[in-house]
Design a protein around this ligand. Structure first.
Ligand code: IFM
Length: 460
């Protein structure tokens, strides 16, 4: 028996450009910060990079057929900005747009609805060299880019998300330095978080101004439930700081129209927030047609004395807290604790803190990496992944039962792919990619299970 969801509930799978496309030098694509970062010695596990990745750029037809055969009605992908504007400004590179035209046509012909994300972290390196997200100019260039892509594809794409997970772009990219561009700057990361939100808002405005049909505009945020690692007041305070940096920095302005109340206490020795303009709060709180929510796990915060004596470098993991791994919960191959109730909790919290006005929510990513190994026959049984997804769908049903407006679920990910700093060794796919054998795609048992679940929705 499969879980049943309301009629019209959307089922999908998600991917992202740099993680699957490869073809980094083709058809006029310029370098992105991830090309440069992943080729920097020591930046990623085993020095892996996305030069070839899953070669989706050439095999997208095969991949769309996998989505079609899965029965998923929706496919979420991202556009690589440096394919459209190799230097992040100026006229569109037609060959770049043509790739996404071919992809979206293939999807539509397969009866699959395209969900387009404009930015899943592959900033043109040219812009990074001029300050990147530390500067407001990048937000303005992002709006120009959004308008170009929207103009070219809004005849076939209804669902438009500006950014994927600005938390990671700002804080993993610019505070902890685990992600591209690999910076470790407290002030720079906070400026980046702000300019990402300004870019989001300007992009929504630009696209709305040239709306041609029923397009829906939104953003995708990744939230975590920040839990204290113990009852110690110091750990509780650390969890509040974690909640600030991971959630409130983005949810408060974008959904609530306020700056987070804790920010001055935590960051006053790093910044005076001089990068904010007077009207930015109003600008950032653009009306949204949907909120994409990516959820994987709760995070446990433990007090740790600030490691960096220089306040300018203090953000993210360095605000007197570290993420602690709890011993009592199962973990994925990422080391992430598995507790599906996080999904219900975050949805409850969104409703509590941001209603009325909270747009309909879509779970745009949820999934898990496990150590997948095909058996002698080449088949791959990934029961842990099935249990993970099923558990989270149960948590989603609990939220629906409470009347929270969630309208779809996208599994991360269609394919095993380049998992950023972890390289290819962390597999999130419903489909196994055999990196040693011509990138052969092998649907895992979770793929078949997810297909049956989707199929069962149509049955009485
Ligand atoms: O692979 C990533 C994706 O790019 C963004 N969300 C989380 C996934 C798993 O780490």
């Amino acid at each position: 028996m499969f879980r049943k969801f309301p009629d019209g509930f959307k089922w999908g799978v998600s991917t992202a450009s740099y993680q699957i496309e490869g073809a980094v030098h083709e058809d006029g694509r310029g370098p992105s910060i991830w090309d440069v970062f992943s080729h920097t010695p020591g930046a990623t596990a085993r020095g892996e990079h996305g030069d070839v990745a899953c070669d989706h750029y050439h095999r997208f037809r095969e991949d769309v057929a996998l989505v079609r055969d899965l029965g998923a009605g929706s496919y979420r992908f991202s556009v690589a900005w440096p394919r459209i504007q190799p230097e992040g400004h100026g006229p569109a590179n037609q060959k770049g747009l043509d790739f996404y035209r071919r992809l979206t046509d293939e999807l539509l012909n397969a009866g699959v609805e395209p969900w387009l994300t404009l930015y899943h972290w592959d900033l043109p390196q040219y812009l990074e060299d001029r300050g990147g997200w530390r500067t407001r100019e990048t937000a303005e260039r992002f709006a120009d880019y959004a308008a170009l892509v929207h103009d070219a594809l809004s005849d076939r794409v209804t669902w438009w998300s500006t950014l994927n997970e600005p938390y990671c772009a700002a804080f993993l990219g610019m505070a902890t330095g685990e992600h591209a561009p690999g910076a470790r700057e407290g002030h720079g990361a906070l400026a980046a978080a702000h300019h990402l939100m300004v870019g989001h808002a300007l992009a929504v405005q630009a696209m709305r101004a040239q709306r041609r049909g029923e397009e829906k505009f939104g953003i995708t945020l990744n939230m975590t439930e920040a839990r204290p690692a113990s009852a110690d007041p110091a750990d509780r305070a650390a969890a509040e700081r974690l909640d600030l940096i991971h959630n409130q920095v983005f949810t408060d302005p974008i959904l609530g129209g306020t700056w987070p109340s804790l920010e001055h206490e935590v960051w006053s020795d790093i910044t005076d927030f001089g990068f904010r303009k007077a009207d930015d709060l109003g600008l950032i709180q653009q009306p949204l047609d949907f909120l994409g929510l990516n959820v994987y796990c709760p995070t446990y915060a433990k007090f740790a004395p600030t490691a960096d004596p220089d306040p300018r470098f203090r953000t993210a993991s360095d605000i007197d807290m570290v993420s602690a791994a709890p011993g009592h919960l199962p973990r994925t191959a990422m080391g992430w604790p598995v507790d599906p109730s996080v999904l219900t909790q975050l949805l409850r919290r969104l409703r509590k803190d941001y209603s009325p006005g909270l747009p309909p929510v879509y779970i745009t990513e949820n999934g898990a990496a496990f150590r997948d190994v095909p058996d002698a026959t080449g088949a791959l049984s990934d029961l842990e992944r099935i249990a993970y997804i099923d558990g989270h769908l149960g948590a989603l049903q609990n939220a629906l039962a409470e009347g929270i407006d969630v309208r779809g679920y996208f599994c991360w990910s269609l394919l095993d792919n380049f998992e950023w700093a972890y390289g290819y060794a962390r597999r999130f796919g419903l489909v196994y990619v055999d990196y040693d054998n011509d990138l052969r795609r092998i649907p895992k048992s979770s793929y078949h299970w997810y297909r049956e679940l989707i199929q069962a929705q149509g049955e009485s």
